[in-house]
Design a protein. Structure first.
Lengths: 385, 385
């Protein structure tokens, strides 16, 4: 039976039992279309409304500020393309370590007459203050800087960046997909500092795939990516994915209630993991920066990341090489390239992301398997040399 | 307990037991990100691959022609906007009875320099041959005509229209969301006649909400609505909604196996329903046209559709007024307006759409409740007069 240890929580998470139970009635009993004006429709609408309140409460937002989408990639595209579509082409600024679902729409705008500034990061993956200042000097209309990086876990000081951006009168967006459930998020406070939109996603916090939200300051004008029946205040048409939205709501409530305890526990596990990795000679990326409590991104010099992940998988541990959300790409991670990591070392990158079922025993088991694997791979390399 | 008779299958359907059972393991066991290169990722990818084969098989398409999206609205927008984004502005042609998720992106193109021709329909809701010919004379680059209408159930002869459009070298798309599971669909044959893309959706055929597909001739160049990690051959980025896609696959297999029997049974029920409605003085819209076997769209002169739906709901029958997929809009249906139905009668429109759990008893119960309701409403109207 298939049950390796799962250390890839940044890629996706198992659906929590309480979430699955909350969703189930919406498949074959309360299965109505939330727009229908009969008992089944009202039951579905009630499920969506309740979830909207739960998501808003977990984020310190108002329910009317929540725009449900099918996923984080859609929400990020909705912000970048949707806001740009309401403006004359100007300047867009994104960090050099954004997820492809922010980078690619920004680059598409650059092909359509926008000027794109990708803000440089330092060796620890933090946005460089001087390059951010240079970007603001260009008077951008749109700025997007992620709250926490999916690969390194490095956290940006979004509030400080947004405060500095206020004078340029841009819309400031942050991809908070990896932050939700791992760091406290307060949209009301961030909004006060000048953050106008946040992206969050269900399947990173024990909710189902298929639901996410753009949390949106209502002053921001957006054109929808998906036009039609006028759902979600006209910003996202299409029959609501009621079970997924219901599950997202419950997952948000659960995550908010567990956040402080989980963060403390995971930080402890991560420290043990990093001590073990250091003893094996690993380089840990972004170690000097503030990072998500659950994420370790490392490389063993001279060991290929993909090979290591495949070997470790056979030993019963599911970890990631490079960014897990994107499709097969052989180049080194753009995040590590932006951090000026040498390509040889970057190709060794392996991400361990801990979560609810991670324990000290499992971390120790992983370290043991890694040592064995490293020994074997280095032995093979010596034989081949 | 909440269990009115459900007669709103065109709005959405209950998830089939076999579909729900197939999905369940993908929530909390095989929960991996399908892009991850470990055991959990491979299990998820296998689920998506299997579903892609099931969907393709049910549609007579090749698995590589299936582009999964989060819903029918997304797939329709992807075709209209995605194809247009690869072209210089020209002429787009859509029928006057398209769903808003085709009409609205087409109208958006019209605001961006495209010329939009909305093809007129006759009193039965069929595309008018002479107006279609006039549209083709404008040398359109894009044509979209739905296979079956969500309100009336009226079926267009897509193969004949596509054959006639071939000389104009346009891309021909058809929204087949309401046709799937109710009519035989063969993309290979339609493609031979000049249909280049079809939209189909899971939740209309006993599958879950959150999965749909654009079936796409690979010669058609599209820009993605959602750019990012490069999923779905770069046409639709974002973590695959694995459980929903798995469920969609099983639902397609089930629908294909039941199609002929279901259609015969539903056609029989519909005939009984229409005899009863005629006896109560109802006008049946599109009755002279070929229609989906499960759909009856009618009005009782002088009785408001919304009021009737609300009353019938209290009597224990879930039916729709106007189009159920769109949000609250008080104007009469654009479909009936295009069919030149008088606004007073159009405002009375009520849709009954039958499905798996519809029986003769339930149809008779509905007719009885309708007669009672009509009597009461007319009595109130007489008192008020």
């Amino acid at each position: 039976m298939f049950a390796p240890v799962y250390f890839d929580y940044n890629a996706t998470t198992p659906v929590l039992d309480c979430v699955r139970e909350a969703m189930l009635p919406y498949f074959s009993q309360r299965y109505g279309n939330a727009s229908s004006r009969h008992e089944y429709g009202r039951a579905a609408r009630l499920g969506v409304d309740t979830a909207r309140q739960q998501v808003a409460a977990a984020l310190g937002a108002h329910p009317t500020e929540i725009v449900f989408t099918s996923g984080g990639s859609e929400a990020n595209n909705l912000f970048v393309r949707g806001a740009a579509a309401c403006m004359k082409p100007g300047v867009i600024v994104v960090s050099a370590v954004e997820h492809p679902c922010v980078r690619e729409p920004a680059r598409e705008l650059a092909r359509q007459g926008w000027s794109l500034h990708e803000i440089a990061v330092d060796g620890a993956g933090r946005v460089k203050a001087d390059d951010f200042a240079a970007a603001l000097d260009k008077r951008p209309q749109l700025v997007s800087v992620m709250l926490a990086n999916n690969e390194t876990g490095v956290v940006q000081d979004i509030a400080a960046l947004a405060l500095r951006a206020q004078s340029s009168r841009c819309w400031f967006h942050s991809d908070a997909v990896q932050a939700l459930g791992k760091l406290p998020l307060d949209f009301r406070r961030l909004n006060g500092d000048g953050v106008h939109a946040l992206t969050v996603s269900s399947h990173k916090i024990g909710g189902p795939k298929g639901a996410a939200a753009l949390v949106l300051d209502k002053r921001v004008e957006l054109k929808p990516l998906i036009a039609g029946g006028g759902h979600e205040r006209g910003l996202r048409s299409g029959t609501e994915n009621v079970p997924a939205i219901v599950g997202f709501g419950v997952a948000c409530e659960w995550a908010a209630s567990r956040l402080a305890d989980d963060a403390r526990r995971l930080r402890g596990l991560r420290a043990a993991l990093e001590r073990g990795l250091a003893a094996q000679g690993a380089t840990i990326f972004g170690a000097e920066a503030e990072r998500l409590p659950n994420t370790v991104y490392f490389a063993l010099s001279g060991v290929d990341g993909d090979t290591l992940v495949a070997q470790i998988d056979r030993a019963g541990y599911a970890v990631a090489s490079g960014a897990a959300c994107s499709s097969a790409k052989p180049e080194p991670s753009h995040v590590l390239t932006a951090m000026d990591v040498a390509p040889e070392l970057a190709r060794g990158a392996v991400r361990v992301s801990l979560g609810a079922d991670s324990t000290e025993d499992r971390v120790n088991g992983f370290l043991h398997a890694l040592a064995e694997t490293q020994r074997r791979l280095r032995g093979l390399a010596a034989l081949a040399a």
